[in-house]
Design a protein. Structure first.
Length: 398
């Protein structure tokens, strides 16, 4: 029994020693300076920008013609290469002309007959007028009949000549030609098939230059533009024609220029959008082919107003908080601050326009914002504002 108080005393003093040692270690650790995280920061870029809105569009041909015959007959010839460029007046198809040649010959003979009848009627009327000079030589009734016969023969010649023109047209319509300059489609019928007047589609021809680009604008953007015009903040170009920029699927930026040529007169009730049409040139290079064809998907950029000064930051430096945009900036003590901003459009180099919330001298955190929190003190690494180099066109060999 005498050993228990001694063992309890040993345990008590051992515990006090352990606590003392532990406290000494914590104090030593707390005395060491904490290492500050290093983060890249950049100052906003100042430059001239043009406000714009982007849309998705589709190309369509300015002219599309279905080639339909004007006469009925059997197809005897295809005179073009499918998919080739054709000029207005180029021969595309030929329909058997022999029935229409026979009709034309018959009509020409009818003209000759009618002219002979007219000649005889004129002679009869001339003799009648000569006889009428002698009293009682011819009755007035016979003279009137001779005059009517001449007039009837004259009308008969005119009718025969009109019929002749119809048969001339029918014979000419056996040569099916292109009504426009453009690109021909595939042949839908081959020689030997019967084609019907104003019914059978033989092929299509679409114009290639210029090209139409159709795109839909939402109601909010339309109202924004119209209010800006009414308030004087946006001045329409001379002539009221807005410029447009077009980019194809394999292109960076918007290298093709055009103009808005049409705005629909009503919004679609199901989508709340209104259709616009732009006209853009689609030239054929001397040693190549045109880039655009009907039905292509394109990117459409509509510039709004004149260039103005703006601040820009890399888009990845902008965060979203319940629909609100923000960036992290540093104060004079290198402490992170949460800053709400209003953003604009994103440029081709990945920089986003900041409409409000930043000053040119602000230092913005541009990397690792998901690991940053407000009131965190950091060691700033000031670097130029990062950008994204647009991918060059593959034809440039890169």
């Amino acid at each position: 029994m005498c050993c228990r108080p001694i063992w309890a005393a040993v345990c008590f003093w051992s515990s006090l020693a352990f606590v003392a040692i532990g406290r000494g270690r914590l104090s030593a650790d707390d005395g060491m300076p904490a290492k500050l995280p290093t983060l890249q920061v950049s100052q906003p870029v100042e430059r001239q920008v043009v406000d714009f809105v982007d849309f998705a569009g589709k190309t369509e041909a300015a002219q599309l013609v279905k080639i339909i015959p004007r006469v009925t007959g059997y197809l005897t010839k295809t005179a073009f290469k499918e998919g080739s460029d054709v000029k207005q007046g180029d021969l595309l198809f030929e329909i058997d002309p022999r029935p229409y040649q026979a009709q034309l010959d018959q009509a020409q003979s009818q003209v000759v007959i009618s002219e002979a009848h007219l000649k005889a009627a004129k002679a009869d009327y001339a003799r009648g007028k000569e006889l009428a000079r002698a009293p009682g030589a011819i009755s007035q009734s016979d003279l009137d009949h001779s005059q009517a016969a001449e007039e009837e023969a004259t009308a008969g010649v005119q009718a025969a000549k009109a019929g002749l023109e119809v048969y001339k047209l029918n014979l000419a319509f056996c040569q099916v030609t292109s009504p426009i300059d453009g690109q021909a489609g595939r042949c839908l019928l081959t020689p030997g098939n019967l084609v019907k007047l104003d019914e059978t589609v033989l092929t299509t021809v679409v114009s290639s230059d210029p090209m139409y680009d159709y795109f839909d604008m939402d109601e909010r953007t339309l109202l924004q533009i119209r209010r800006a015009i009414n308030d004087g903040r946006l001045k329409p170009p001379d002539g009221g024609v807005f410029p447009i920029l077009i980019g194809l699927q394999d292109e960076s930026g918007f290298p093709h220029e055009g103009t808005v040529s049409f705005l629909d007169n009503r919004l679609a009730a199901d989508t709340g959008t209104i259709t616009l049409r732009a006209v853009v040139k689609n030239p054929k290079p001397a040693t190549g082919t045109r880039l655009m064809s009907p039905g292509m998907s394109v990117r459409v950029r509509l510039p709004l107003g004149q260039p103005h000064a703006a601040l820009l930051v890399i888009d990845r430096a902008i965060g979203t908080d319940q629909g609100l945009k923000y960036v992290y900036v540093l104060d004079a003590n290198d402490t992170v601050e949460y800053r709400r901003v209003e953003i604009g459009a994103i440029e081709d180099d990945g920089l986003r326009v900041i409409n409000s919330g930043l000053k040119p001298t602000d230092r913005v955190v541009v990397a690792g914002i998901s690991k940053v929190r407000s009131q965190l003190r950091i060691r700033p690494d000031l670097v130029p504002m990062p950008t994204i180099v647009p991918t060059k066109h593959r034809a440039e060999g890169e």
